[in-house]
Design a protein around this ligand. Structure first.
Ligand code: SAM
Length: 252
């Protein structure tokens, strides 16, 4: 019997979610979120994904690298329960787990066999990229396995979802300031789905659990791609996007 295992990272995620705040709590909620999985090391070989293009969705098993260092506790407070009830960590999808492993079903849009940018010696290496969407993953997330999503086995009719039976439906109206709309318009060529993404992310009210269903004067900030987005929720049904600012690549 062994009580520890070593796993190798097989790829890394490029995601619009550059920080933990405002990432949806499960995949499939924000359909406008698009990302890439770049295979790495000995897994960066097109043979490993031969046939995978037949599947519309894939399971990704990954490491919660952004919270791993914070350790774990046996009891956690699921945000779904307003943050004031404790449940056993294994009864939740908390990121703070004895083994910091997550699992997400994402949409597989296409598989690309491309090349990396030229290095200093002018060399380009081959690179397998899985284009994915609907993800709930932080940028840089290390992937430890990929499996095809198999509907006959993975859908269980009449399964009980406990305290999380239904997808949360906040139905919040998102209003953009005219300044925010100008930035969206100026960047529409490179980021055609950015407005949609901001809207869908904010639609689920990413504020802490204790603020849910409460108006709030605080101005919140979040980062999607290379944009800082400021917003406020002064009444419980409407959220105002105050500003969207491109983060300058020259910033220190
Ligand atoms: N779908 C996965 C699961 O069920 O295992 C993740 C569920 S977990 C509740 C989703 C949250 O994980 C997101 O809202 C985000 O804050 C966080 N998250 C995503 N990627 C992460 C990472 N690499 N490190 C730490 N936290 C991450």
């Amino acid at each position: 019997m062994t009580d520890s295992v070593n796993l190798n990272v097989i790829g890394t995620i490029d995601s619009p979610y550059k920080e933990k705040f405002a990432i949806p709590r499960q995949p499939g909620i924000v359909t406008a979120a698009q990302g890439q999985l770049r295979l790495t090391g000995s897994a960066n070989n097109a043979e490993l994904v031969r046939g995978l293009e037949q599947f519309s969705h894939i399971w990704l098993l990954f490491v919660f690298h952004g919270t791993q260092a914070q350790g774990w506790k046996p009891l956690v407070r699921p945000p779904r329960l307003g943050g004031n009830k404790k449940l056993g960590v294994f009864a939740t999808r908390s990121t703070f787990r004895p083994n910091p492993i997550g699992m997400s079903v994402v949409k597989l849009d296409r598989i690309e066999q491309g090349f990396t940018a030229q290095d200093n010696a002018g060399q380009r290496a081959s690179q397998v990229i899985l284009h994915i969407s609907e993800l709930d993953l932080l940028d840089g997330t290390p992937i430890i396995d990929i499996k095809p999503y198999v509907p006959y086995a993975d859908i269980i009719e009449n399964a009980h979802g406990g305290y999380a039976q239904e997808q949360p439906n906040n139905n919040i109206k998102v209003i953009f300031s005219s300044a925010a709309l100008v930035t969206l318009d100026n960047n529409s060529e490179h980021y055609p789905r950015l407005q949609n993404l901001v809207e869908q992310v904010l639609n689920q009210d990413p504020r802490p659990a204790y603020k849910q269903n409460k108006a709030d004067d605080k101005i919140y900030g979040m980062t999607l791609y290379d944009f800082n987005i400021n917003w406020q929720m002064t009444d419980i049904s409407t959220l105002h996007v105050i500003a969207i600012e491109e983060i300058s690549s020259n910033a220190v």
